[in-house]
Each structure stands twice: as C-alpha cells, then as structure tokens.
Design a protein. Structure first.
Ligand SMILES: [Cu+2]
Length: 461
C-alpha cells in the first residue's frame, strides 16, 4: 500500500531530529524586558509602574549548576533600547551586555540571545547595562545563583535582593530626574523606600537553631547598606560570589556597596517569638529591621559549630601581584572637590565645560568611556591598578569579566571580588590575572557617577 500523505507525515514526525547542533537551534527561554505594575509602597499608597524582567521585581531568580551553561533570549518589549549584563560572571566578552562596547543595544521590539558558561559557583545578579542609571532604578535587575555541586548543609537558602527606590509618594511612580546634577555630583541617587525582593516588609519564617544561607545582593543605584544580624549569629562565607578561604564571623557591621554581594551562613539564636532580623543602619543612626525573621518553636537541632568553607572556585589565585607594575587610576571630581580638567569625547575640558556636558567625575583624567582603554594587557598577564580616590565621596569600583584581589598594606591579598568600596581619600591597589580576552568596563557602580564620568575600560588581548 502506498503511504498516504498523512502516514508519511506521521512517520516523518517519528524520526528523531537528532542532528548535531540541533539542541542549540532550539528556541531559547525568553527573558522579556517589559512594563509591569507592582505594589512596592505600603498599602494605601498607589502601586508602582516599573520596567521589569518577565513582569516581576526583582526579575525571575535564575539558578543553574556550576559548570553548566545559561541561555536566555532577551526580548525587548520596552520603548527604549536595552541590554543585559551578567554581573560577576567571568563570561565570554560578547555576552557581557555592555551596549556600545560588547554589543549593540537591543532596539524596542528586538531580541538578543545570551548563552554562556558558568565557571564559578556563587551569588551573582543580572541587570540592564544600557542607560543603567535609569533602567536599573526602574527595576531591570534580578538574582543569578550558581549552585555548587556540593552545597553546604543549611535548612534554608534565601536570596535577598536589596534596593533603595526613589518614589513619588503621591503617585507611587518611580521619581524622574535621573540626570539631576545634584544627585550625580554628590552621593548618587538615594531613595526613600528600602525594598528586599520587591517588598518593604519582607519577613522570613524560621525555627530556633535553624541554619540559613542568606545571599544578599545590593541592587540599589547608590545606597551603601550597613547591616547587622539581630537574634542570629553567623559567618561570611563568600563575597561577590567568591568563597572565602575561611568563614569570617559576621559579628560586626556588614557593609554592602552597590552591586556587591555577600553570602552569610547564620544560625537563628533568638527564642521563639523573640526579635530576629537583618537590620540596617538608618540615616539617623538607629538600627531598623530590613528583613524580619519570625522565630517559631524550637527546631530539632541544637546550636551547631562553625560551617566549613565553601568549595573554592577555579582560578582564584593572583600570582605575581607583588612584582607587577601598578598603573594609577586617579578618581576625581564631584561636589566639594571638583577637578581642574579632564578629557571628554576627545577634548580636554575644564571643570565648568565638563559640568555643562553633565560630566562631574573622571577616572585617570578621562570623563566617560574614551576611545582608548585605560590599559591594555597581554592575555595571562597579572594586572595591577592603584585606585586613588581623590574625591569627597565613596565609590564602588567594579571590573567586568574578571575578579580581582585587593593588595593589603601588610603584603597579603584581600578577598577576591568584582566590586570594591572606596572611602573618600582612600587608596586601594587591586590585582588580577588578565586571562579573559576582550573589552571590559571598569566603572563606579553608583550608577549616577558612572553615567556622569566614572566609566573607564581595559582591554585584554
Ligand atoms: Cu562613584
């Protein structure tokens, strides 16, 4: 019997389409940048229109195993161009998401396929990197967790994304004025509503003696959070995703600058019903709950001993830092100090001319990303940069593509991080192995500072 068209088609469908490369041709899971409305402010205040990933704030929690590959199709359903930066991932340069440097911005209605390896376990995040000053403030951010093959034993693993939102209390809308010179030339855009995971009143439930892994991400534009544990005691086990060699007791202030992350392993010590919280230091110096922990009846386990360190990630050493020649990146500008002059778009301009162009800051004499990189490195070379904060403000300096270590005065190396907070007048030396080829941004993560001069870049051949 001759096969009918119908049976022919059915037969064809039964043939497995397992040609090489077929898997990569499958459509990627979308990550859609779009409008949404969320209730950020307390009940009684209006809801807040935001720019979101997939309609939520924060965007969806992305989670994958160390050593696996993550892929998402960014779909731009906004009216403005955008792109996604995968913050802290030691990533292929073409996937870094910096529009104008590693890719063209994705136009409204357009899409871009991100697919990259995840070499390191830890707490990372993703956020817009096109006009990020405005786009991150409007809600384009989310957490990205890369799981160890052998994670530490805890009762709960909680991802806490901190934000500091500037709302108009009358309308509930995100306040405009992203180019406000006062904010840009001072400490940056500070908000009037602190949120964790999009809630001003986030509360966790736990039992006494529960062990929690708290993964804190600071997604705020400019707020430096100063945090403490109340009714809990614990250890810092990772910074900016990278495990510490040994857990460090988190008994004092936990300082989290914009873009930084900290992984804590904490034990609930409060009695049932007694106060337990992650508290933050408010502007008036008082300590207020940021995340409350409702402690219920005693858990089954008793108090435990200190946790072992997390398994290290690959390539965490920086050999040759001592003998590497430091290059100085002087940070200048801002209110109270200003600067003599800086180069901007190929011209040497005095401070008044820079201000007229919305440039309040400079890095190594350059305001904004120039045509030439701050430094070029051979692949595999150990790079050393001496950051000199010549301004009256704190800055959170972030390097894309590679983690660095700070070089401490006693000759040892600090924790491996991707963002370092610098106080006014502070000098910090950082060193890293320039083993990731490409063009990598280096900028202040107070996003108003980055948008008004504090953006530089390096190139690894
Ligand atoms: Cu800054």
């Amino acid at each position: 019997m001759r096969p009918t068209r119908r049976t022919f088609c059915a037969g064809l469908a039964a043939v497995p389409f397992l040609r090489p490369g077929a898997a990569s041709a499958a459509p990627l899971v979308p990550l859609t940048a779009r409008h949404a409305t969320v209730q950020l402010a307390p009940e009684g205040y209006p809801a807040t229109p935001v720019w979101s990933y997939d309609g939520t704030l924060p965007g969806p929690l992305l989670r994958a195993a160390q050593g696996s590959r993550l892929s998402r199709r960014l779909v731009n359903a906004l009216e403005v161009p955008t792109s996604v930066h995968w913050h802290g991932i030691r990533i292929d340069n073409a996937m870094d998401g910096v529009s104008g440097l590693t890719q063209a911005a994705v136009p409204p209605g357009g899409s871009f396929d991100y697919a990259f390896d995840l070499p390191d376990a830890g707490t990372y995040w993703y956020h817009a990197h096109t006009n990020s000053m405005e786009q991150v403030a409007r809600g384009l951010y989310g957490a990205l967790i890369v799981d160890e093959a052998d994670p530490p034993e805890v009762d709960r693993d909680e991802v806490l994304v901190l934000d500091d939102v500037l709302l108009d209390p009358e309308t509930g809308r995100i306040a405009e004025g992203f180019d406000n010179p006062m904010m840009r030339s001072h400490a940056g855009r500070l908000g009037n509503l602190l949120c964790v995971n999009g809630r001003f009143d986030l509360s966790l439930a736990a039992r006494r003696h529960d062990r929690l892994r708290l993964r804190l991400v600071n997604a705020a534009n400019a707020r430096i959070f100063v945090l403490r544990l109340e009714g809990m005691s614990g250890w810092t086990v990772a910074l900016d995703g990278m495990p510490l060699a040994q857990p460090v007791p988190a008994s004092g202030d936990i300082v989290l600058a914009p873009a930084q992350r900290v992984d804590l392993i904490v034990d609930v010590t409060a009695e049932a019903g007694a106060p337990a919280a992650l508290v933050h230091r408010a502007g008036d110096g008082s300590w207020r709950a940021l995340v409350e922990v409702a402690v219920s009846a005693r858990g089954t386990s008793a108090a435990r001993s200190a946790p072992p360190p997390l398994p290290p990630n690959p390539r965490m050493t920086v050999p040759g830092a001592d003998s590497a020649e430091p290059r100085e990146m002087r940070m200048q500008g801002g209110a109270m100090r200003g600067m003599e002059s800086a180069r901007h778009q190929g011209q040497l301009l005095d401070f008044a001319a820079l201000i007229a162009r919305g440039q309040f800051w400079s890095l190594a004499g350059q305001a904004g990303r120039g045509d030439d990189p701050f430094a070029r490195y051979e692949r595999g070379e150990t790079a050393r940069i001496r950051l000199v904060n010549d301004t009256a403000f704190a800055h959170a300096m972030h390097l894309h593509g590679m983690h660095f270590r700070t070089l401490l005065p006693d000759g040892t190396q600090g924790a491996m991080r991707d963002t370092v907070l610098m106080a006014p007048d502070e000098v910090t030396e950082i060193a890293f192995v320039a083993n990731n080829p490409g063009k990598w941004l280096m900028h202040c993560h107070m996003l108003g500072h980055a948008a008004s001069g504090m953006t530089s870049w390096i190139e690894v051949a």
